[in-house]
Design a protein around this ligand. Sequence first.
Ligand SMILES: C[S@@+](CC[C@H](N)C(=O)[O-])C[C@H]1O[C@@H](n2cnc3c(N)ncnc32)[C@H](O)[C@@H]1O
Length: 228
Amino acid sequence: MNAADDKTIVKEYFNSTGFDRWRRIYGDGEVNKVQLDIRNGHQQTVDAVLNWLKADGNLTELSICDAGCGVGSLSIPLAAAGAKVYASDISEKMVEEAKQRASQILQHPDYLVFNVQDLEQLGGSYHTVICLDVLIHYPQDKADEMISHLCSLAQSRIILSFAPKTFGLSILKKIGSFFPGASKATRAYLHRETDVVKILEKNGFLVQRQKMIRTRFYFSRLLEATRE
Ligand SMILES: C[S@@+](CC[C@H](N)C(=O)[O-])C[C@H]1O[C@@H](n2cnc3c(N)ncnc32)[C@H](O)[C@@H]1O
């Protein structure tokens, strides 16, 4: 399968069965045990990013690009904290849901702009570019191109998460227990941290902070890198 196929499949998935599944996982309604575990793991990733950004000072007026924003799990709290957030996703349905959630929560909805867009088509320049749990849908060569493009949009900092290619996780994936259930409709690609760091460095970014988030069914390596 080539990367263009991956993108088409991912887009169709997040506009159909994937939308229903992930809208529930990224919500607060009743879900099964596996989905609850993934919800809790993902929330830890979102909280880790919010804590890093808040530890660096006031978020007011900080321009942030949230590429592959999903239903706004990170964009909405960032905008609530005063950041200027440019959120986008390749799936119309995810963006529609994100807009609806934002309108119910935000007092200043003008702090958050949504667009339906492939992250490789994004333009502009932002203090911080963030891309959480998106690279898992793409093989390493495509992920490299995506990371390079995201780096070109970042004035100062980039924050990425990916499913790390470790021995344990590769085994889990092989026996099919990685992302159990209906989400098997898309492929899950694991990435070597050394490959991700190498492409960040090639684009002039050095890793400053890192965190591993791991629950039973959710694995995410989070890296923050700043311009050298
Ligand atoms: C697992 S969800 C993560 C959503 C969000 N980043 C979060 O952590 O809550 C992956 C998201 O990436 C989006 N996506 C996948 N490929 C994309 C691309 N090429 N450009 C923009 N969004 C993409 C999907 O539509 C989906 O909403």
